[in-house]
Ligand binder design. Structure first.
Ligand code: ATP
Ligand code: ZN
Length: 571
């Protein structure tokens, strides 16, 4: 049995996340974690808010609150929404924690000891209008590689290339828009990534083989373009301070580490936060430091985050010369787009997670998003597609099946699962088909192929509908009561199986389906394809209740109202 360490890219603190963030990082990590837990693995799913950096500072300023208070508030607001989405983190931490400060400073000291950090005087962009040095991402201009005119000084969102502010054509301040920029001299720490490039490449050769193509191609592209030394400190108030014991002068000047230096370290920091809550029973080091071969580490993120996770953070880890656990598998996603553009926080485009939960329960979104995850390509969200998926897959195929079977059985046979005749040919065929589809579903989950997994799950639900149509217990009952009872008992067993295996996708509905049957013990434990074949986990005589309608259909009026409210018109 493996121990699975799972992390999803840290959501940034400056605002409520949108559905793109959800499907590109946290949601698939949660689905995968839930699946592995059900299968009996030891799983640790860690995430946190990414709290440092200029955007947080500026957002706090705009809100008129101190940045610490702003982050604390926003962290709680995000956490409440993730609870609403039923994201079952083992721990959801904060990159501004004392634990992360300690580990980040430790990383920096080790890198210094090993000769991978150098102090350099650099000339940095100073905005006269804003009276401050501008961090890279607060300088915007045109990308020299692809011509995108809103490229930031650290990275071009359009072509994902990493940039230096001085690469930008027609640079201007993102704060004031002023182009009155001067270059002034200031000292910073540089991580000598160029010295680590060979090691990173060798590491990718050894581990990157099985990564999805999206992840490995971005990593390779980055290495081919050359791994440059990078400044890892900033002139900001808010961040992990440069430790005074190692760099007294820079510490006195109030320099902090660059947010991209401490954010990935927070995967470790948050694990320590988790352990610090119950030190007698939780051990963070066995996951991260000298972790043995039973620990398998999987990361989830969208494509813009790939270079930092596949190249830069591994370089940092390698440079410490300490045995830190490095990623085994990088599950990378493309963009979820919204009517002609990327979902975007800054441009307030798309559906945000708080609004989504106001409209409909989490399971509707979870299912739709995962079934249409941007795995092999960018994917477009449309309200029509969302409506059709919810109505067809969730309401008609799954929800209706559950309600029809349970209501009809209660009406004819009372509040316990009827016995009826022994299983016959139709049940044997259904059992074989169920086992086959379940094995297919498992295979896709093991391979982290979420769209395919969703399709197999949907097929499993459909198989129940076909069986029910074929046996037609509402006709059968007129001539063969024992046969009708068998059909209903079998269908109820399917409902229970669906409840168990659908849990990673739709946890709340799955729990409601399981709770319909008064069974003893932990009924959420995974059922193997071989066990599923018999369709007899719920024995005759088990008391049951009919749950309220699981999925309400979205009407044409609802659809119209959603499009109106969220601006869902083609650009
Ligand atoms: N449209 C999208 N589709 C899929 N994943 C996305 C999308 N936008 C952002 N992500 C991913 O969401 C995760 C959290 O990102 P983060 O909080 O830093 O927001 P972001 O990337 O700045 O998004 P935005 O630009 O919309 O603010 C990252 O892994 C990021 O790559
Ligand atoms: Zn570009």
């Amino acid at each position: 049995m493996a121990r699975h360490l799972i992390t999803s890219a840290l959501p940034y603190i400056n605002g409520i996340k949108h559905l793109g963030n959800m499907v590109g990082s946290m949601l698939p990590a949660d689905v995968y974690s839930r699946y592995l837990r059900q299968r009996g693995h030891d799983v640790l799913y860690i995430c946190a808010t990414d709290e440092h950096g200029t955007p947080a500072e500026l957002a706090a300023k705009e809100a008129g609150v101190p940045v610490e208070a702003f982050c604390a508030e926003q962290h709680d607001a995000q956490k409440a929404i993730y609870d609403g989405f039923q994201l079952a983190f083992d721990y959801f931490g904060r990159s501004s924690s004392a634990e992360n400060r300690e580990i980040t400073q430790h990383f920096a000291r080790k890198l210094q000891e090993n000769g991978f950090i150098e102090e350099r005087a650099i000339r940095q962009v100073f905005s006269v209008a804003d009276d401050r040095f501008l961090p890279d991402r607060y300088i915007v201009g045109t990308c020299p590689h692809c011509g995108y005119d809103k490229a930031r000084g650290d990275q071009c969102e359009n072509c994902t290339r990493v940039l230096d502010p001085t690469d930008l054509i027609e640079p201007r301040s993102a704060i004031s828009g002023s182009s009155e920029l001067e270059v002034r001299e200031t000292k910073h720490l540089f991580l000598l990534q160029s010295k680590l490039a060979g090691e990173v490449e060798a590491w990718i050769d050894a581990t990157g083989e099985e990564w999805p193509q999206l992840a490995s191609s971005i990593a390779r592209k980055w290495l081919t373009e050359g791994l440059h030394d990078r400044s890892i400190t900033r002139d900001l108030d808010w961040g992990v301070p440069v430790p005074a014991d190692t760099w007294p002068e820079l510490a006195a000047e109030g320099k902090v580490f660059y947010v991209w230096f401490d954010a990935p370290v927070e995967y470790i920091g948050a694990t320590k936060e988790w352990a610090d809550q119950d030190p007698a029973n939780r051990d963070w080091k066995s996951w991260w430091y000298e972790a043995d071969a039973t620990v398998r580490y999987t990361e989830f993120m969208a494509k813009d985050n790939v270079p930092f996770h596949t190249v830069m953070f591994p370089a940092t880890q390698l440079g410490t010369r300490e045995p830190w656990k490095k990623v085994d598998y990088v599950k990378a996603f493309n963009w979820l787009n919204y009517y002609g553009g990327k979902f975007s926080t800054s441009q307030k485009r798309g559906v945000f997670t708080d609004a989504a939960l106001e409209l409909l329960p989490a399971d509707y979104w979870r299912y739709f998003l995962i079934a249409n995850a941007p795995e092999s390509d960018d994917t477009s969200f449309s309200w029509e597609h969302f409506t059709a998926t919810v109505n067809k897959d969730l309401a008609d195929t799954l929800g209706n099946f559950v309600n029809r079977v349970l209501s009809f059985s209660r009406k004819r046979f009372g509040d316990a699962v009827p016995a009826g005749r022994a299983a016959g040919e139709a049940e044997a065929k259904l059992g074989a088909q169920t086992a086959e589809l379940l094995a297919e579903y498992e295979g896709h989950m093991e391979a982290l192929q979420f769209r395919k997994a969703a399709a197999a799950l949907r097929a499993l639900w459909s198989a129940g509908n076909s069986y029910l149509e074929e046996k037609a217990p509402w006709l059968e009952i007129k001539t063969d009561e024992e046969g009708a009872a068998l059909t209903l008992r079998t269908a109820m067993n399917l409902i229970h199986l669906y409840a168990v295996v659908s849990e990673p996708f739709i946890p709340a509905s799955a729990a409601a389906m399981r709770a319909a049957f008064a069974l003893e013990g932990d009924t959420a434990v995974w059922v193997s394809a071989e066990e599923a074949k018999a369709l007899d986990a719920v024995p005759a005589g088990t008391p049951f209740t009919v749950p309220p309608v699981l999925f309400a259909k979205i009407t044409d009026d609802d659809l119209g109202a959603y499009k109106e409210r969220f601006g869902g018109a083609d650009a």
